[in-house]
Ligand binder design. Sequence first.
Ligand code: 5GP
Length: 188
Amino acid sequence: MGGKGHLFILSGPAGAGKGTLRKVLFKEVPDLVYSVSCTTRLRRPGEVEGKDYYFVGKSDFIDMIRNDAFLEWAEVHGNYYGTRKSDVETCLDLGCDMVLEIDVQGSRQVKTAMPQAIRIFITVPSIDELENRLEDRGTETQDQMLLRLRNATFEMRYAGECEHTIVNDRVERSSRELIDLVLEYRNK
Ligand code: 5GP
């Protein structure tokens, strides 16, 4: 499996700014394809079906697991998330560069299936900083936030396994680092 395109995996704890850096990356670098995941999580205000996620019911998600539709899937913070195999295969076979923004469990599964995948871990200077950012974002309840912070301490240990780590201290600087990294692979 795997064609000519590059497969970039962005992972890191919730609140580290993966989504923000990814948006800048897509604005600055042409011809990147974002892998839209399936999730059983409820849609947040402003999220668009088919652009942010494919929002599916739990039984449909389980059917997709049974039909081997996922390149990877995981239960993250109490909801299911998965990357459709066909989306990734089609994109890479066409020679397109693709970006996955998925959790650590999913990143490990993809790396096993596709060793050429380039894992970029996005992290924060400290756990305190993460807590501040999650509070500022305000999209989670207190319980959800505590769960995400608890998971973050485990997720942080994954940085050492990844090909690259970016510490998101300032968006402008960190997004530049991400852009340069992607362009470096593309121009190799
Ligand atoms: P959120 O609910 O905040 O959109 O995402 C929660 C976590 O799920 C984030 O770490 C996000 O990267 C991860 N995630 C999103 N899509 C996928 C996916 O397809 N697979 C896996 N394993 N994780 C995903």
